[in-house]
Every structure is written in C-alpha cells, then in structure tokens.
Design a protein around this ligand. Sequence first.
Ligand code: ASP
Length: 437
Amino acid sequence: MLKALKFGGTSMADAAQYRKIRDIVRSDPSRRIVVVSAAGKRFSDDNKITDLLYLCFAHMKYGVEYDSIFQTIRSRYLEIRDELGLSTDLESDFDRLKEKMETGISSEELVSRGEYFSARLMADFLGFDFIDASRWLYFHYDGTVDQERSYPALRELVTDRGAVIPGFYGVMPDGKIRTLSRGGSDITGALAAAALDADVYENWTDVSGILMADPRIVENPKTIDRATYSELRQLSYSGAQVLHEMTVFPVREKGIPLNIRNTNDPEHPGTMISEEFSELREPGRFITGIAGKKDYSIVTISKKGMAGAVGTLRAIVECFEQNTIPIVYTPTGIDVISLVVPTEKLTPHLYSLTDDLRTRIHPDRIKVTDNIAIVAAVGRKMAFRAGTSGKIFAALGEKGINIRMISQGPDELNILVGVDEKDYATTIRVLYDAFVK
Ligand code: ASP
C-alpha cells in the first residue's frame, strides 16, 4: 500500500504545522510520498512566500532594492528550521540563490524556491529522501508535462525510506526550471501519485473536504463525503471552487482515488473522490452537491417546423461558432431551442450573431434574456430516483421563484435550473433545504 500526500501552503506555514504533518505521516506507514507547497499564510494578513518571491523578482526587474523582501523570505525558513531543531544547511542555499539573483535568474526559477526550501526542511524533519522536482518532472517545449519521461524518472529515484518532493515546478528539456500554474503543487502531487501507482492521493489542505454548497450562501453546509470524478467535473463546471481539472487528470487516468483532507483536523475523513462507488442503489444523501454561476444569457430561437428539419441545429451552432461564442448548455423544446451562453462573450457579438441567424435559418423569433443564473444540482444517485424535477419545481414554486429554464443532463447526473440573478442565492438555499437538510 502506498499513499502520496500533498500539503498546501497553510499546512506548511510554520513549525507547528510541520509537527502536525509529521504526526499525520507517522500515523500510517503507507504515507511515504510527500509533496509540499511553499510556506503559506499563518494568519489572514500574512504573506505567502510565493507572492513574496514574485514581488522580489519585480523589484529586481525594475532595479529597486529587494534585500528586505529577500531577508523576510530567508528568516521565515530559518525560523521554521530552528524551531524544529533541524540542522539543514539552508544558509549556503540562500547565499547561492542571492548570487544567482545578482547575475541573472529567471522569474520561474526564483519563485520555485519556496517549494524547494519547504521540501528540504520537511525531508529532514521526516527523515525522508529529498527528491528535487528538477530531477524527474519534465516538461515538453510547449509547456505540457512529459508524463512518459517523468513517471519512470521518479520511479527510479524513490526508495523505501520515503520521499519529500517540492511541488509547483519541473524542468524544461534544456534544463531550465519551469513552474506550473499558481496552486500547481496539487498537480505535482497528482503526477507523483500517478507515476508511482499510489493507492490513494491525499490532498491535505485547511478545509475538511468539499462542501455541498457555497458557505457564503448556505449556513454550515455539510461536507461531501464521497463523489465520483464525473460529479466533481460537473460541480466545478457549474461554478464550485474545487480542484482544477488538470489536477485530477493524472490520478483519474490511473483510477487512483483522491481524498481531500484537513491538516488541522486529521481525524475528519474529508471528501473521497473515485471513478465510481459500488453502493449506488443504497440509500444515503441523494444529492452530492449544489453549485451555480451568474452572468449568463439565454438566446431562445423559435421557428415553426424546426424540430423535424435537417441541419437547422448545425446551422445555429455554426453561427455561434463564427462569432466565437461558447455554448454552455442547450435545452430544447419543440420548434424552439435555447442556448445558454456567458453574457460577456455574447454582448460584443450580439448584432452580428442575430444577423447571421436571420440570414441562415430565418427564425420566427429570437429572444435574448440577460441576468440569468444557472444552478446545478449534481448527484449520481438522481438516476435511480423518480420525481426529482417535480420536487425541484415544487420547492422553487413555493418560494415564488420563476424557473426560466430547466434541463436534465442525459447522464442523469445533474439537473440545471436557470433563474433570474436576483433569485440565485434563494434557489441554492431552497435546493439545499429540499434535498440535503
Ligand atoms: N506556491 C505556489 C502558489 O502559491 C504553488 C502551490 O502552493 O500550489 O501558487
């Protein structure tokens, strides 16, 4: 059994957090691969080391004195080391870094040093090997990760002692350091888990998993205990702030489950995400989560006889394509189709779009409704339960909310309702109360 763990910035913020991590790692001998972020915020007004490194580079670039920022970064790490009683020689590393900064360093190499120092310290603290990301995480020249080269390279380096790996960066074919996108340590963790065929990828952060609804809208929402990767995708597409697509891709591809956990509440099981669960028909929470987004427009096109005609749908979609307007959802009726699109993408091309539609399909009517919010109820168990849409209609109707659009995904994994933006928060609360409470 092998578990790959990733600890985010707040989990790496100070010596007390390092101790929590050591307890977590030691409590389970299969936890042998640890990927770390740079030190994050200790309190809400604190600075993230990565942000300070970016700032440092900006100062360098404009020839402004940066020593005080550099010293702040250096002392954060030396403090952690001293408080943990470690003897890691960070001073020479910082001296070398300073020299490199004076002679010329790329922004990506400089900002990657936060993760580098975190990993050096954590490796010492855990008694694990330090495996630099520059020794295995290879990019192609186009900036995508070269999995074929990276995976075997990591497998070669890992021993039974366990390893700590810095997140967020890797190396280009020419040897230059390159960073992933912000928050990219999540991706490094997933890549390491996939490379080593880990049994689970544990992503440790400062929340106990994914919440069933936005806590700014629903008071104390429950945690999602289990979700499938498809549900996660639906939730994030519908507006939930969950792990980025790119993050889950390497583990999903290998069928490795992802467990989101809280470093500050290690007993909490968090959210488990897997390709599928076997207990689908069993009772339990019927909806997995509720998410939503505002700023949509609905373009409704009606034309008598459209339903049976050949090629009209293609012509409509081509008009949107020509005007570079992405289509988010397409609920249809008989002789009428609605296309839900982001308002900001529609507005600049609205006249050209309606012109094109008129010329190509001669519709009876085109109607555009702005200020629409789309709320999605996502749940793999919806497929087995009758009457869901009815329940949604009834619950929203009772609160006087006018449903502008309703659509069920063909995979029966979600039900979408389009409402006026003013009803957005109420809709989420009503759905949460109806299905979760
Ligand atoms: N430290 C990097 C950032 O803040 C990467 C990470 O923490 O995942 O974006």
